[in-house]
Design a protein around this ligand. Structure first.
Ligand code: SAH
Length: 223
């Protein structure tokens, strides 16, 4: 499914592995499996494997490759986990998570997108690359309480929030991890790891500076 871009993919993924952004084989394999060129607009296909954010329309971007890898590593994704993503964008990152967690046909990825048109395009991309059986794309405002019953082993927020939403911490299963960029969209933000231990206690860790597009919506940065 790589349409001639596999060489580019292999080169950059091996570099990210050597540099330590990709730590585990399971993440390397997932990143090698999902064809990023299928998720970017046609004019960017030849640049699908640069390690930088790429515009996907409506002022949004698909995150850089190293950031995608870091999200998978910090949340310690493994087969069988249930993952919630806030900010579907192109659908690329959801497919990478899915490639790890759905490997034994039991994990799930649910991804929320506030823009109906981006959600529609992401769903088409996800179906085209063959991940439609394990991913749900839902048009919803992820800055407020997610309209979902289930709890998640990992929550990955791919837009910068003004603060860590309590509603999302509540959706973390015991032992679960969330990564979320927090801070002003005008400058850089801090990537925060929230870990809920097996007894339900919360620990937060600052993973350093990052730059994301703003989380919109009712409790987001811009409405
Ligand atoms: N993970 C994406 C890239 C994220 S870009 C990918 O793989 O391509 C950030 C996305 O978050 C954008 O698509 C934007 O529309 C979406 N977004 C912003 N605010 C949101 C909110 N409150 N709820 C859900 N999605 C939101």
């Amino acid at each position: 499914m790589y349409n001639g871009y596999f060489k580019d993919a292999k080169k950059v993924m091996m570099r990210l592995y050597e540099e330590g952004f990709i730590k585990r084989k399971v993440v390397l394999e997932a990143m090698l499996k999902v064809p990023r060129e299928e998720f970017v607009p046609p004019q960017y296909r030849d640049h699908a494997y640069i390690d930088a954010p790429i515009p996907i329309g409506e002022g949004q971007t698909v995150s850089a490759l190293h950031m995608t890898a870091m999200m998978c590593e910090y949340t310690e994704l493994k087969p069988g986990m249930n993952v919630l993503e806030i900010g579907t964008g192109s659908g690329y990152m959801a497919c990478v998570y899915c490639s790890i967690v759905c490997a034994q046909n039991n994990g799930r990825v649910i991804t929320l997108e506030i823009s109906p048109s981006l959600a529609k395009r992401a769903w088409k991309n996800i179906l085209r690359v063959g991940y439609g059986a394990f991913i749900d794309v839902i048009v919803a405002d992820g800055s407020i309480e997610p309209p979902l019953r289930m709890m998640f082993d990992a929550i990955i927020v791919t837009a910068a929030a003004p603060h860590i939403p309590e509603e999302l911490i509540e959706k973390l299963a015991n032992g679960g991890r969330m990564v979320i960029p927090v801070g002003s969209p005008d400058f850089y933000q801090e990537l925060i790891l929230v870990h809920k231990d097996t007894s339900g206690n919360i620990k937060k860790e600052n993973l350093g500076a990052v730059a994301f597009v703003p989380l919109r919506g009712l409790k987001g940065i811009s409405y």
